[in-house]
Design a protein around this ligand. Structure first.
Ligand SMILES: Cc1cc2nc3c(=O)[nH]c(=O)nc-3n(C[C@H](O)[C@H](O)[C@H](O)COP(=O)(O)OP(=O)(O)OC[C@H]3O[C@@H](n4cnc5c(N)ncnc54)[C@H](O)[C@@H]3O)c2cc1C
Length: 465
């Protein structure tokens, strides 16, 4: 038992809770401080009566056995659903299955569009073949090279502008290889028959897993302190002191922080040098407003997700909740239950819109989606301010400089998770970074910053029963 240790954890999302579970596993009792009134962070399940919603559409998949084992340990087998992955893009009124299938591309959008796309792709591939050296690419360059000019324009340009709220020329492409699957030319229109087209999903939404994690921790004597925002962080030369909004101070030998990295650097004392604070100030986030809407009429939409790159609607992506889990709606509900995802920036007009304005936008979008005639039975709005770390040019270099500064000056301060490390992490990456950070805290030679740095496609995982 390592009883002399008393670490503190900021945030009870997947990373913070995983760090706590691992510490408990190794005989250490941490304290967890969570700003909001719930655990699960971005992967919580907000509720309104018997309605449940998923803020982001959380597919559970991983390439790491240790994460899969932890998920299985926390939730019993019959609470996990195996859900076939079915996504589509709404382009010019047509639903085109996504990830893109070669045969669908040349047939669904008409002969002319198909030919334009195919010749654009061949030309891009020819040019790639002629390129003498590998170079860092913007998202637009990457997209045109990968999909050809026509298919890039109709599927990705508008979508990236809408979801990333940035010009594709100003975005680096380093996340794209991990997240965007190349066109599949092999399987002629067949889907759902391979392991990688099925993901796991907790019956009651993603937060069910994190509620179970919190319950396991409570059983072990570690109950996260909710409604406890951390507003200050100070190393006094001997130990860490974190200051809570209510003025309380908690002291410990180490801190695992899943709060946004730039906020951490801002509240750290002694204050980091000016250039490090300036770099931290450049790290930005996009926010997300998810509007869960239950419509009284049933529409048969054979997809979990529909991406909406067109400029005719403001919504960026639509979740079809009953395809994720029927238990997200009350028993006996026979209508359609959708989650409209609006990508926004903190303080822009959408983020600041009042409920009435937002509802008008939602109703207009439902018309464009072709479901506007059905009456709205239930509506729930979920706001996630720090939803996506923005991948601007220079982000990687800047984050590395902050990492190096912290390593050298504050080895007992461990940034973990998606916003903690300012990375486009899925839950499993956030969890792994927490596990590796705890390992480091115990003196193991592991590097949490190496998690989620592979350049290959990430969106598939192990599937074991
Ligand atoms: C739209 C969307 C879709 C996604 N889809 C998937 C998917 O399909 N599959 C998947 O695996 N992952 C998905 N993710 C990613 C997943 O949500 C994250 O990887 C995961 O939630 C990260 O966990 P975390 O603990 O690092 O961060 P978070 O979930 O952000 O948790 C951080 C916690 O810290 C708390 N906190 C912040 N500041 C403070 C403070 N000052 N004091 C105290 N507490 C604080 C926050 O309130 C929060 O609870 C998606 C995310 C989004 C936004």
């Amino acid at each position: 038992m390592a009883t002399h240790r008393n670490p503190l954890i900021i945030g009870a999302g997947p990373a913070g809770l995983t760090a706590a579970l691992e510490l408990v596993h190794r005989g250490v009792v941490p304290r967890i401080y969570e700003a909001t009134e719930h655990v699960g962070g971005l992967a919580r399940t907000p509720t309104a009566g018997q309605w449940r919603a998923d803020p982001g559409g959380h597919r559970f998949f991983t390439q790491h056995e240790e994460i899969m084992d932890l998920w299985k340990e926390l939730l019993p087998h019959d609470e996990w659903l195996a859900v076939p992955r079915r996504s589509a893009m709404l382009v010019d009124g047509h639903l085109v299955p996504y990830p893109l299938l070669g045969r669908e591309l040349v047939t669904r959008l008409g002969f002319r569009s198909g030919m334009r796309g195919a010749s654009g792709l061949m030309w891009s591939r020819f040019r790639r073949g002629m390129r003498a050296v590998e170079k860092e690419q913007t998202f637009r360059e990457w997209g045109i090279e990968e999909f050809g000019k026509h298919w890039y324009r109709i599927f990705f340009d508008g979508y990236v502008r809408k979801t990333w709220l940035a010009d594709p020329d100003s975005l680096s492409s380093d996340w794209a290889n991990q997240r965007i699957k190349p066109i599949d030319w092999r399987r002629a229109g067949k889907r759902g028959d391979a392991d990688d087209d099925v993901f796991r999903y907790p019956r009651l939404g993603p937060g069910q897993l994190w509620d179970a994690a919190a319950a396991a921790l409570t059983d072990a004597g570690v109950t996260p302190s909710l409604n406890s925002p951390v507003v200050g962080l100070h190393h006094d030369g001997r130990q860490w002191n974190i200051e809570l909004q209510n003025g309380d101070i908690a002291a410990g030998d180490a801190v695992f922080s899943s709060m946004p990295l730039q906020l951490l650097m801002h509240m750290l004392k002694p204050a980091p040098p000016k250039h490090i604070r300036a770099i931290a100030g450049t790290l930005r986030h996009r926010s997300l407003i998810t509007v869960a809407v239950a419509l009284s009429e049933h529409r048969d939409i054979p997809y979990n997700w529909v991406y909406t790159p067109g400029a005719d609607c403001r919504v960026g992506r639509v979740q079809n909740y009953l395809r994720w889990s029927p238990a997200l709606a009350p028993e006996g509900f026979t209508g359609t239950y959708l989650g409209l995802e609006y990508f926004t920036l903190p303080h822009d007009d959408l983020w600041l819109a009042d409920d009435e304005t937002l509802r008008a936008i939602v109703e207009r979008d439902l018309q464009v989606l072709g479901v506007g005639d059905s009456s709205v039975q239930q509506l729930m709005t979920i706001r996630s301010q720090y939803a996506y770390p923005i991948y601007e040019a220079g982000r990687e270099r800047n984050v590395v400089r902050i990492r190096d500064y912290l390593r050298e000056n504050h080895p007992g301060l461990h940034p973990i998770g998606r916003n903690g490390m300012h990375r486009y992490d899925n839950q499993d990456h956030a969890m792994l970074s927490a596990l590796r950070s705890v390992g480091r805290y115990f003196g193991e030679k592991v590097d949490p910053w190496l998690v989620n740095t592979g350049l290959g496609y990430h969106e598939t995982g192990l599937l074991r029963s």
